[in-house]
Ligand binder design. Structure first.
Ligand code: WCA
Length: 307
């Protein structure tokens, strides 16, 4: 069932993203599709390309079974594709049907049922130059890192069984994420380089200079809401003001944890916020491994960077 439904759900999100982007579907050069809810060949990215009518030469990449960090990985990969292929426009689609998947009848998936929801998100990623009629970027991805916490392979995962998907989530996951998240962020900021006004390269303001304390509050935050204790621990470790994680908490409350698709909902929520975002931001996503995706974001439309 999910083999059909996952690409169809993605189609709804992708059609909206392409319409907002403002260019013809045929101008999409690459597709990155992330899901762990559909496991078949031909893969769901091909089905989505057909449903959308993407051109036959579109370069497709399927990210399967990455779980909740799949959205972060898909965005990071799209950034690399766009920067290394002049004129590339990369459609990123993340689609998950978790509730159907977690179907084991023995009650063993109760945590999965409490936590997860279904959903799809899509965005179009490109590097300059801008095309006629193309919407200007809302977020710029400046740098990205992926970290695997050593010796945590068994902390979360899933296995397909006769009754559906057996999902395993160790109770220690929020603590492990909390203990490792600041180092991942520092690494991401250390690797960030941006073009300065003179056409050279310069690093963004570094939260490291304040040893993390307080400086994290200068950023906007797109955090995968893996669960309430995950957000609470990140809030505590980074000493964030409560409203910094408001977009993540809103998405968790309204939609649940939609695995890889969730981060797109958080970015959408952030851009719709009533008050203007700070210029710099951070994105975090977590999943099996335990893998942490961290990314430095920038709002190109922010007033100090818009001139
Ligand atoms: C939704 C929970 C499970 C329950 O929340 P709650 O209803 O507000 O209640 P509590 O947090 O107070 O916990 C209630 C009880 O459940 C227990 N509990 C608390 N986590 C647990 C637990 N993982 N086990 C088994 N008992 C527990 C907890 O100890 C407590 O037990 P007790 O004191 O005896 O009532 C909440 O604790 C929670 O969100 N926990 C953390 C979730 C978490 O680690 N998320 C993973 C983030 S990474 C991610 O999203 C990955 C996705 C993924 C996607 C696809 C994949 O294939 C693989 C991975």
């Amino acid at each position: 069932m999910t083999a059909d439904a996952v690409p169809k759900l993605a189609q709804c999100a992708a059609a909206k993203a392409i319409a907002e982007w403002g260019r013809p579907t045929a101008d999409i050069t690459h597709l990155v599709f992330s899901t762990y809810s559909a496991c078949q060949a031909p893969t769901a990215d091909l089905r989505l390309a057909t449903l959308l009518g993407l051109r036959p030469t579109v370069s497709r990449t399927m990210l399967s079974l990455h779980g909740c960090y799949g959205g972060g990985r898909a965005l990071s990969l799209a950034k690399e594709l766009a920067e290394n292929n002049r004129g590339a426009r990369v459609l990123v689609a993340c689609s998950e049907m978790t509730l159907v998947c977690f179907g084991a009848p023995d009650g063993g998936n109760i945590v999965g049922h409490a936590l997860f929801g279904d959903g799809a998100g899509a965005v179009v990623i490109g590097a300059g130059p801008f095309l006629d009629g193309e919407r200007r970027p809302i977020f710029e991805m400046v740098s990205a890192t992926q970290t695997t916490i050593p010796r945590t392979e068994h902390a979360l995962g899933m296995r397909v069984s006769g009754g559906g998907v057996d999902f395993h989530l160790a109770i220690q996951v929020p603590t492990l994420v909390g203990q490792n998240v600041e180092q991942c962020l520092l690494d991401a900021f250390r690797s960030a380089i941006v073009d300065d006004d003179d056409g050279g390269a310069a690093p963004p303001p570094s939260p490291c200079s304040g040893n993390g304390n307080g400086r994290w509050n200068d950023l906007f935050w797109a955090v995968h809401p893996g669960g309430r204790p995950i957000l609470d621990n990140i809030n505590k470790v980074l000493m964030l003001e409560p409203e910094k994680l408001a977009a993540s908490r809103h998405v968790l409350r309204e939609y649940g944890n939609m695995s890889g698709a969730t981060i797109v909902f958080v970015l959408d929520e952030l851009r719709r916020g009533r008050s203007p975002l700070p210029e710099w931001g951070a994105l975090l996503a977590f999943g099996p491994g335990i893998t942490i995706e961290a990314m430095v974001l920038r709002c190109p439309l922010h007033k100090s960077s818009a001139n």
